[in-house]
Write a protein that binds this ligand. Sequence first.
Ligand SMILES: [Zn+2]
Length: 411
Amino acid sequence: MTVAQEPFVKKSSNGLPRLSAVELTAVDLVRKKGPLSRTAIAEYLDISRGSVTAIAGNLVDLNVLTEVGHGKSEGGRRPRLLDVNAELGYIAGVDIGATSVDLALADFQGSILERKAEPADVREEPDQVLDRIIDLIVEMLSSQGAEITDLVGLGIGVPGPVQFPAGLLIEPPLMPAWDSFPIKRFIRQRIPQINPVVDNDVNIMAIGEARVGGGKGLDNFFYIKIGTGIGCGVINNGHIYRGSDGTAGDVGHICVDYNGPICHCGNTGCLESMAAGPAIAQRGREAAESGESEIMAKRLELNRGELTSKDVGEAAAAGDQAANRIINESGRMIGGVLAGLVNFYNPRAIFIGGGVSNIGHQLLSTIRQATLRRATALSTSSLLIDYSKLGSDAGVHGAIWIAIENVFVSG
Ligand SMILES: [Zn+2]
């Protein structure tokens, strides 16, 4: 009697098959452009019909690709279309902010199945925050009738400078307890089958915007996050550009005034110390206390001595002159720096996100005017400047996508 043997497939620790370079390229292509016919895959990859038949056949056998109906006929039979198998495994995306954590569970095509968000304090010890995150992932999986062993990928965005690919935060000002903490090793001790991907939150947001937001189909663009700080995710030829050490896009520390206030980085007059949320709030408070703005003085009293950049935005929308001036000053400084970046890099688009981006359209229009006025004519001839299409969801979408895109090369 012969015993039927399973074909030998080399697998990664997460249970997914190890793919060859050309198979990985084919999967990436189908993910971006799919569903696709075998003929279309052969044309995109410039390989023969015979090769594509073998590659696609293997990927279907491995359950990585699946047939999803028929495309349009081009003379002969209607071609069968291939797409990535959504049920290959669960992916979790985590966006850690200074005061909250956002999580999502997605299928293998990146469609979100479950969401969770709760307040978090990143000044706490990292093991406490990460243990809570793992508990929340387990809860999301269990709502889907799945277990932690069904997770194949995890992406995490953190608000600080990240040494990629080690995934280490290096001297993060908002979360000093996390300095050089081995996030990946900690997670692998609890979820051994996966190899988590850790990146700076702005890079993660840019990836989200690139895959499912306004940047879909654009090769070169910036994602600017304006919040407590100011950062930029650089999408270069469809991929995130991290630079040599992972710090590319740290535009918040470009100097806009050598006589300006001291920034937490130790230099003077950095863009973020002069134009981000805290600077807007501080100028609003000054206008309230000096009697220049009645609306903001009332806000300050109502909020028991607290005034946020959102309050300044609302005062501006209500016609308050001082609030308008403050927002215009911020917008001009940000636009001035962006003009320099546009001259240098010539992106197709700039998407603006982060907490301060929702203080009203005036900030966007001032940033747009200042950028267009100062950058060269050709570089702005088809430049789009707009708010992020994903808003506060850019982070979790990006975390899911960075996990998906690294899932076959990990472990
Ligand atoms: Zn600085």
